[in-house]
Design a protein around this ligand. Sequence first.
Ligand SMILES: Cc1cc2nc3c(=O)[nH]c(=O)nc-3n(C[C@H](O)[C@H](O)[C@H](O)COP(=O)(O)O)c2cc1C
Length: 370
Amino acid sequence: MTLTTNFLGLPLKNPILVASGPWSRNASSIQKSIDAGAGAVVTETIALETGVNIRPRIFKNNGSLFNTMLYSSLALEQWENEFELIDKKDSHIICSIWGASPSEISYVATKVERMGADAIELSISAPIGAKNENFFTNPNDINKFVNAAVKSVNIPITVKLSYNASLSSSIASSIERAGALGISAIDSLKALQGVDIESQKSLMPTYGGYTGEHIRPISLATIATLAQFTSCELSGIGGINNFKNVLEYIMLGASTIQIASAINLNGYGLISQTINQLENWLIEHSYNNINDIKGVALKSLVPYEDIPVKNLKSRVLDGCTDVDCAKCYSCCIYDAIIKEDNKPKVIKELCTGCGLCVQMCSKCFELVWE
Ligand SMILES: Cc1cc2nc3c(=O)[nH]c(=O)nc-3n(C[C@H](O)[C@H](O)[C@H](O)COP(=O)(O)O)c2cc1C
């Protein structure tokens, strides 16, 4: 069984990449991901202008994070020194870069290629700060930026998109036309953690990037959609916590995945653990190659308009023991569930088969053909 794959023309030992962020901020942090077995590591975003680390800058809510970080606080020259210190072994370094104009992108791209980057990830739509706001809605601008990078270097380019930018087929095709081989999706979502209603102040001092497990469903849908309308290779990013999430992304058409917040929350050990568990799953399921499962779940997705309306209705199962839990009565907005003889009862004429009672309590309900 092999996890080897090819991404942007790079032969990777596995499809597990480490995403751009402060866990890839310098040589020693990048080395930790390489030593943990990552197929490739994406650096924190490198720009001509250095980023400022405001304090505090990371806020946590269950399994998700809100961050107010823009790009690397190291200057290009410092990155040159860091590169000298990295032992790439059999891994690869993808430099995430940002520029305020096509000529700046071209300059930074050339620099990182000379430093030894194996590929470039263009970060064009981070939701933090005001600088990116106008770029990501305009396919022509994106085309110019991407083309500037493609023309300047001989290494492959992937473009990292926000959720908003990923929804546009004209943006995806402008990236393809500009010569990029990949799309990495998604970047953080623009978000606010909440408001302290007593002090009447925002919990965060500025808009931040929302990341972690709660964004996974959004990113999975984005990758599935992109897989169906672009020929670019895809790197899935968003809420990847374990090997099962890796499989979900690959089954929906991603060639590689990138882990971000989960490393911040759990440490670099998560990388080797995920690789081992992924390997075991593939062996247990008799796959010889990770690529055998690429995109396999896409055929189970059909357009909404093509889904036949089945005559399904809810039925109460014998397993219902807690009649007082009342979850089923409360969630049925069709008034189809009532309490009779101390048990829930479905009024068939009112049940529209929405399925929510089964989701609320699979012990008590099932959907059956009428
Ligand atoms: C603290 C933090 C810093 C980040 N910095 C960058 C960055 O410099 N460049 C970039 O392209 N993405 C950056 N990201 C976004 C991640 O690479 C990734 O796209 C996002 O976190 C979604 O993945 P996740 O849900 O697994 O965290 C950052 C995310 C976090 C949480």
